[in-house]
Design a protein around this ligand. Structure first.
Ligand code: PRX
Length: 642
């Protein structure tokens, strides 16, 4: 919060970031430690690729951990809470430093050096964060894969990232149901053409593991050999990669979003000050997962860069430490750890909304200043319910894996300004956000005109550098949506009102968002189409009151009995759903798979997913002049009615 006698106006702050990015970001760069200062703040010689702070050397782990030892060694850094195993443990900055150093020594002993990839497939436990920090400490590039992904998804990421080492565990747990990770990992390594040279396993004692001789190692055994090994931070150029995080796009193959080191550190440190308003000595509780970008940025790096403590939470939002239902668990943690900022996805709040509202008043929430929500559209009733229940401002913020930090938000740390329900607010400093007509690419400047949300380069610090080992894909996936315009497309629909506030209206491409989890419909389609009983399939995201969206499939069976006979259909549907859960992960399992004789397509054979989605949501499917066979859509409409 800005308490200076002459408060900065956000409009001026924003203008400075756009008109004088060098000066603006040189100032923000002072928020982190540099081993050698940047030689050039912004290099735009190869747009749309941008290099921030080139020539400067720094280290993310130094800034997140070592830097704080002089002033806050005994203060909490990481608070690991698991309602799955009923455990709670606080690590001070000094303890965090010791654990990270040991984990880094293990990686070094396995031959990992600067630029090597290390894949992390872990649940929300402290060891996962030690592993991430250990990687960036020695200049290795981490690739964290969400623990909810199953073997095929994991295999495609192993193949693309080619990690020297994989760090994993015996099992995760959800709702106190143990989910073995090791068999999924073994299967993924089997499926992948590329093989890692070593696998390090943290044994939680949840389920027995079979080790592959010569490849698999138990972490504690390796760590025991590195008790007092000193591993200094490797000073990296600001433009060297820190991590690759895979995200879904419109093809079946996930994109490796590559992030730099210096730009990311500066962007996150600045966002903690200007947007999240969370500072050294405070506690931030981000209920997300390290497998997603919100986890990378606001569970791991940003709170630690700021010198705050971060809560790492494994479990459901409605489960107590004793495993019993407890809809107030999060608020009990806020009270206990004096949390000032909570950050989660709207879906979690919709889950809590099904509980007794009195639970929101059960604990002392006087430390809590703001609740941040991101990852999917925030509906107004949910925002109002939680805002009134907690009595703190709700800050919607809109961004993507690609950007690493908010594109649109209220920068309350710069100037306190009113939020509007349903809107994440104004463009964040550094982003030249525009709304363009979907087809013509013309800028829509009149209030409330719907178009695609884009922004112009040069992109701000923290924004992805490229698609891992695929510069071409970076350009054609993101920068070629509009003829003659070099703009980054978010692929989200949006409008801007007369006051300049943006409203995000969902994706314009084939990406869906299930409970705040971003998934590609094509990945799910590929899995379903691999079933021997399925000839062709379309998957669409359909509005859902709890999860935001769910996946619904429409498949043409090879045997028409699945259309005519409900018993046959049920059996095939179950098999297909099981296949998706087994290959991609339970979160991608369609809520329904319907069997149809034909799928609506254009005359050139393009699937009309948007028309199917509109029918499922009881909306007008729009212009159908390009459709080849209207009866296929008609049949789906009839099916939806019944
Ligand atoms: O469709 C938008 C939606 O989530 C997408 C990005 O997902 P992901 O890469 O997983 O990054 C999430 C980072 C918070 C966006 O393209 N989305 C994200 N935040 C919002 C949102 N939709 C509406 N409102 C938001 N606040």
């Amino acid at each position: 919060m800005n308490t200076a006698p002459n408060p900065v106006r956000y409009a001026d702050f924003y203008r400075q970031s756009i008109e004088h990015p060098d000066a603006f970001w040189a100032e923000q760069a002072k928020l982190i430690d540099w081993h050698t200062p940047p030689q050039q703040i912004l290099d735009t010689s190869r747009l749309p690729f941008v290099r921030w702070f080139a020539g400067g050397t720094t280290n993310l782990c130094h800034n997140a951990v070592d830097r704080h030892l002089a002033t806050r060694a005994a203060q909490p850094a990481l608070i690991a809470v698991s309602t799955e195993t009923g455990s709670e443990k606080t690590y001070t900055y000094a303890e965090l430093h010791a654990h990270v150093q040991r984990a880094a020594a293990v990686l070094q002993a396995l031959g990992v050096t600067r630029g090597d990839r290390v894949l992390i497939y872990m649940p929300m436990i402290a060891e996962a964060i030690f592993a991430m920090l250990a990687c960036v400490r020695i200049g290795a590039i981490h690739c964290v894969v969400f623990g909810g992904f199953a073997s095929s998804s994991l295999a495609s990421r192993i193949e693309d990232a080619q990690p020297k080492v994989i760090i994993s565990t015996d099992a995760g747990s959800r709702g106190r149901r143990v989910i073995p990770y090791k068999p999924l990992l073994d299967e993924a390594i089997h499926l992948s053409v590329y093989k890692p040279s070593a696998v390090v396993l943290h044994d939680r004692g949840l389920v027995p593991m079979e080790l592959v001789a010569g490849r698999d190692h138990i972490a504690s055994t390796l760590e025991a050999q590195q008790q007092n090994t000193q591993v200094p931070c490797v000073w990296l150029d600001a433009t060297e990669p820190s991590y690759v995080l895979y995200t879904s796009g419109t093809t079946g193959k996930p994109k490796g979003v590559q992030r730099d080191t210096g730009g990311y550190a500066v962007a996150l440190a600045a966002s903690m000050k200007h947007i999240y308003d969370c500072h050294a000595g405070e506690t931030m509780f981000t209920a997300s997962d390290i497998g997603w970008v919100v986890g990378h940025s606001y569970i791991v790096y940003a709170p630690l860069l700021a010198g705050a403590a971060t809560v790492v939470y494994e479990g459901l939002p409605t489960q107590g430490l004793d495993g019993k239902t407890n809809g107030a668990i999060w608020w009990s943690l806020v009270e206990k750890y004096k949390v000032s900022i909570v950050f989660t996805a709207p879906t979690a709040i919709r889950v809590l909304k099904q509980q007794d509202p009195a639970l929101l008043k059960k604990h002392d929430l006087s430390s809590l200043r703001m609740l941040f929500l991101a990852g999917e559209p925030l509906d107004e009733p949910t925002a109002r319910w939680i805002s009134e229940g907690l009595g703190v401002p709700i800050i919607d913020n809109y961004w993507q894996t690609e950007t690493g930090w908010p594109i649109i938000a209220m920068a309350n740390g710069v100037e306190r300004m009113p939020s509007k329900f349903g809107s994440p607010g104004l463009p964040a400093y550094g982003y030249k956000v525009k709304i363009l007509h979907e087809v013509t690419g013309e800028e829509l400047t009149a209030p409330n005109e719907k178009g695609v949300v884009v922004f112009e380069g040069p992109t701000p610090p923290g924004f992805m550098q490229t698609v891992w080992r695929n510069d071409e894909r970076f350009i054609y996936s993101y920068w070629r949506s509009f003829p003659d315009r070099m703009v980054y497309s978010t692929f989200d629909w949006g409008i801007r009102d007369a006051d300049g506030y943006f409203y995000i209206l969902g994706r314009s491409d084939d990406v869906i968002n299930i409970a705040g989890h971003r998934l590609g419909t094509r990945e799910i389609e590929e899995s379903i189409a691999g079933h021997p009983g399925v000839a062709e399939v379309a998957v669409v995201g359909v509005e859902d009151p709890l999860k935001g969206q769910v996946a619904v499939g429409f498949a043409i069976p090879k045997d028409s009995a699945a259309i005519d006979d409900s018993e046959v259909a049920k059996k095939l549907e179950n098999e297909v759903m099981h296949r998706v859960a087994e290959q991609i992960g339970a979160l991608a399992r369609p809520s329904r798979v319907h069997f149809v004789a034909a799928l609506p397509k254009t005359r050139s054979g393009k699937l009309l997913r948007r028309a199917i989605q509109a029918i499922c949501e009881h909306r007008d499917p729009g212009d159908l002049t390009t459709i080849d066979d209207v009866s296929s859509l008609q049949a789906i409409r009839e099916m939806m009615k019944s």
